[in-house]
Design a protein around this ligand. Sequence first.
Ligand SMILES: O=C(O)CCC(=O)C(=O)O
Ligand SMILES: [Fe+2]
Length: 211
Amino acid sequence: MESCVLVKNFLAREEVQHFLELIQENQGLFVETLGRGGLGPRYRVIDGDCIRARLPEVLSLGERRLLPTAEKMAGQRLQWLDSTRRSMRIQRYTRRGDGFRWHLDGHSWVILLALKNSNDGQIHVISPQLTRFVKFLLYPLYVVPQVFSILPHQRITLRAGDLLFMSGGRMLHRGITLKEGGERVLMVFTFDELGKKHNWFRDRIARFLNY
Ligand SMILES: O=C(O)CCC(=O)C(=O)O
Ligand SMILES: [Fe+2]
């Protein structure tokens, strides 16, 4: 089992176009994250509860195609993260500085599906082996996450239609926007091993830091 798999053009061009139009028509659903003075990530998001209520096509893409894809890649049965709000999201990054600092996901697996990347946004990923050695530093160094950037990491630029499957709970990673102008739009789907219980404490932290 690979901990990070990139599939180019997972979505056909017409599908990408269709989802972008759907999102364009529902622009008003995006909510801005608080940023928490640089401690939390900065981006705009449509959360999973909103997707379930208003964008059933995204929910169905997740259930019909992405859950089975994630299970195949993880080599085991999976369940959605046990939080309807965070298990599925649409994220949009438009400003330089928008993005996610170095972090580990609260869930085990994630699929990032890119719909657009006209500002050359990147995701940086540290291997699970190296993450194991350094992750105890994550909270002591919480205010200076840039320190992790000196560690060797892979830089991935997803283009429209590309899918990244990743063991986000075991690999330190971050999302960055380097350019002003343009935008990056991602659909995010998150999974856990079957039977994993909701961790309300982590959920509260995620809620405080994210949105
Ligand atoms: O912005 C990215 O590419 C990464 C997003 C991410 O890590 C997350 O949503 O947990
Ligand atoms: Fe993440």
